[in-house]
Design a protein around this ligand. Structure first.
Ligand code: COA
Length: 459
């Protein structure tokens, strides 16, 4: 593989009809230049440049590369490859920006609620009051899961990992709601999306209650989405309200609502790409989301806020922070500053910035003094002034403060990834919907470089 990439900037050439057709599929492309790829054999492939509608990234469309030059590209882990075009979420990692449908997430978190954000993600625009009322009532209509589904939980051991339960139950929804996909049927896609978002709080609550051997609690129509989640998780069926007082219940629900908003989508990460790939075969959307949940399960993806709590507990007190940072900088085996650093953000994660303030407010509102918050703040203070972290552009990510907040609300660490999956479901299903409704929708089929034995005879 000794080819050279020679970039040549040309204006659009009318003879390259094929490229123009490919560009036409992407309505948001504003400009079309070309890059030239010169192979060692001398062949040159002329590849269109693609520019996003916002931001400064540049892309080369390699869709015709094999036809033009007989070669493929190699990019394990998709370090350098856009797998799709999308109008849902925009991230600028250098500036620390994340926008949903063009709106900065921290601004949305201040002025909206999770169901409004779900509407925005799914429909592209903020709802009018009438649209919101209709959406809210549709969600409430679908919140209860079928009685037969309760037997899924009954058949699981109480000690089953919450994510093991979640992947199975969500895949199980496809048995109750078979979908024979029609890429043109927008109503069919929206119906699946609404059902999926609506049922997640009860599924999440049942996972928690199953671990404690507690019976199901059903949602109430006078509660918000976040209030229903807390109500179904923590209330006792013989009582009508949340165990704590009204003020604490409202404060906890508000914090959960913000958590859900700030985790609702994050463009093409491992789990979202998994949902897209699974869904690209026209598989049932609930099964595709279940595949995404499986991907999120891993510690390299959804499990980091749990690791932050463990780290803060191990450090114990503010006085031990400097010694811990010394171990991190010395790269002592297995010691990393959890909740710091991000593959895309090379600046303060805007979601972390928001949670930093919120976590203090939640703890105050709930009258909780958690020494872990003091340790976290000291860690951040030291790290942000330290050359090691500055040089590597390591800033707090979304997981740094969320664990403390979830724990204060009473959510056990074993349920953290379930909470993440609950929030991300709307993002996954929006991404699935965008993909199946796209012109030129087709199955994903990556290539490989085969490095095994050549063809040989059986012994
Ligand atoms: C998220 C993460 C995997 C991103 O990694 P990445 O962008 O691929 O960066 P790399 O792992 O290549 O690290 C680059 C450098 O920063 C260092 N680094 C990265 N994250 C670090 C952290 N959390 N603590 C200490 N050092 C860290 C690496 O040791 C490496 O140093 P080097 O250049 O001297 O070798 C990484 O920052 C990490 O492990 N963070 C902690 C886990 C976490 O919070 N995950 C949740 C992400 S939302």
């Amino acid at each position: 593989m000794y080819f050279t990439l020679a970039f040549a900037w040309h204006s659009l050439d009318s003879s390259t009809v094929q490229c123009v057709t490919r560009l036409a599929l992407r309505s948001s492309i504003s400009e079309a230049d070309f890059a030239e790829l010169k192979l060692p054999t001398g062949e040159v492939a002329k590849l269109p440049m693609l520019y996003p509608s916002h931001g400064t990234d540049k892309f080369i469309d390699i869709g015709t590369l094999n036809k033009q030059a007989g070669v493929y590209t190699y990019d394990p882990g998709f370090q350098c490859t856009a797998s799709c075009s999308s109008a849902i979420t925009f991230i600028d990692g250098d500036k620390g920006q994340c926008n949903y449908r063009g709106y900065p997430v921290d601004q949305i978190a201040q002025s909206s609620n999770f169901l409004e954000v779900s509407y925005l993600l799914l429909n592209g625009e903020m709802p009018t009051p009438e649209e919101m009322q209709e959406f809210d009532s549709e969600i409430k209509q679908h919140m209860i899961i079928k009685t037969k589904m309760l037997s899924f939980f009954n058949s699981m051991p109480s000690a089953a990992h919450p994510m093991a339960q979640m992947t199975s139950v969500v895949a199980g929804l496809s048995a109750f709601y078979p979908v024979s996909l029609d890429p043109k049927d927008h109503k069919q896609h929206m119906e699946a999306a609404i059902r999926m978002v609506a049922k997640m709080p009860m599924i999440s609550a049942l996972i928690y209650r199953n671990s404690l051997g507690l019976p199901a609690v059903y949602p109430r129509s006078d509660f918000t989405y976040a209030e229903n989640l807390l109500y179904m998780m923590f209330s006792n069926p013989t009582h009508t309200t949340f165990p704590q007082n009204e003020k604490v219940f409202k404060a906890a629900a508000k914090a959960i609502d913000v958590f859900l908003i700030l985790h609702a989508d994050h463009e093409q990460n491992a789990s979202t790409s998994t949902v897209r790939i699974a869904g690209s075969s026209q598989a049932n959307p609930y099964a595709a989301v279940s595949a995404g949940i499986a991907s999120l399960w891993g510690p390299a993806h959804g499990g980091a806020n749990e690791a932050v709590i463990q780290m803060l507990e191990e450090i114990g007190t503010k006085e031990n922070v400097a010694e811990f940072v010394r171990k991190v900088k010395n790269k002592e085996a297995g010691v990393r500053l959890m909740g710091f650093g991000h593959r895309v953000y090379k600046n303060y994660d805007p979601r972390a910035k928001y949670f930093k303030t919120l976590v203090g407010e939640v703890l105050d509102g709930m009258d909780i003094q958690d020494p872990k918050l003091e340790v976290a703040r000291e860690l951040e203070r030291i790290a942000l002034e330290d050359e090691y972290f500055i040089k590597r552009k390591l800033y707090p990510n979304v997981d740094f403060y969320t664990g403390i907040m979830l724990r204060a609300i009473g959510i056990p660490t074993s349920m953290f990834t379930v909470m993440f999956a609950l929030a991300r479901t709307v993002g996954w299903i929006t991404q699935w919907k965008e993909m199946v409704e796209e012109k030129g929708f087709r199955i994903s089929r990556p290539r490989q470089i085969y490095i095994g034995a050549p063809e040989r005879k059986l012994p």
